[in-house]
Design a protein around this ligand. Structure first.
Ligand code: NAD
Length: 255
């Protein structure tokens, strides 16, 4: 059944000039970076990630939040892009305009070779002053420390990520909306579709006449808005999709 759907999805890919790939934590799962759901079964199982990823969590215990992000950063630094990231990057060789809109705070899309990546939730590899909301470099040894370093203004530094309850970066959101209004197709990969406002983007695509294809091992809140649902892992489905659509391996000849 998936094979027939894959062929239909490949057919859509062949026809588009403007594609958006919208990714969530599941896109990086096969690189060994836990999704929030996975994190509940692992090292940090005692903590609810959605509570660590809040301003109130940081106020309550800045050291705990600092160590959690330092741990996540190490995981990302030790990880490599998986075949799903690589297949997404390969799409740029075949389709006029490909924009990746990601909720992920890792840099695995860029390391796989994707050139246009909009980060809706910031980056785990960058830091800012908690008070001044301006970028800051980390002092030596900060990632091994038990608590966050201080800015020259005295406020703690924090990862430059969007916590629950915070606004998404204005410019990235503006560009994301524009791409979703203009694209003919959105591939939704590895997101549970529950974090707003990001989860509204597939609805924007539909509202402007585009199609939505979802890749996920499980159905999600976004499955109802999807024209096609491809059940499976991103690292298996996406390379196969690129292969069927463009008659070669990911990274093969242009059409
Ligand atoms: P989520 O944890 O809520 O959902 C993950 C989704 O991925 C689930 O629907 C799951 O079925 C699916 N999935 C699991 N393995 C998959 C695979 N191999 N291939 C395809 N799909 C797979 O994640 P979310 O929807 O991104 O939203 C929660 C928040 O999690 C986001 O704000 C994001 O910033 C944050 N987050 C990011 C990272 C990262 O940067 N890598 C990791 C964990 C959480």
């Amino acid at each position: 059944m998936n094979e027939e759907r894959l062929r239909q999805a490949a057919h859509h890919l062949l026809e588009v000039e403007r594609l958006v790939v919208f990714t969530g934590a599941g896109a990086s799962a096969e690189s060994g970076i836990p999704t929030f759901r996975d994190a509940r079964t692992g090292l940090w199982a005692r903590y609810d990630p959605s509570e660590l990823a809040t301003r109130s969590g940081f106020f309550r215990d800045p050291g705990l939040v600092w160590r959690w992000y330092a741990w996540r950063r190490r995981l990302v630094e030790e990880a490599s892009p998986n075949p799903g990231h690589q297949a997404i990057a390969a799409l740029e060789r075949h389709i006029g305009q490909v924009t990746v809109i990601t909720q992920n705070i890792d840099d695995l899309h860029q390391r796989a070779g994707s050139r246009e990546v909009l980060h809706l939730h910031g980056s785990l590899l960058q830091y800012k002053c908690f008070e001044e909301d301006a970028p800051r470099l980390l002092p030596e040894g900060a990632l091994e420390a038990d608590k966050p370093p201080r800015c020259t203004c005295g406020a703690p530094l924090r990862p430059d990520v969007v916590w629950f309850g915070e606004a998404v970066p204005r410019e990235a959101w503006r560009q994301a909306l524009e791409c979703c209004q203009e694209c003919e197709l959105m591939l939704v990969v590895g997101t549970s579709g529950v974090v707003q406002p990001a989860a509204s983007l597939p609805y924007v695509v539909k509202g402007y006449g585009g199609k939505v294809i979802e890749v996920n091992p499980e159905e999600t809140d976004l499955t109802q808005v999807s024209d096609l649902f491809l059940a499976g892992r991103a690292g298996e489905i996406l390379p196969r999709l690129v292969e069927i659509a463009f008659d070669g391996r990911p990274g093969g000849e242009d059409r």
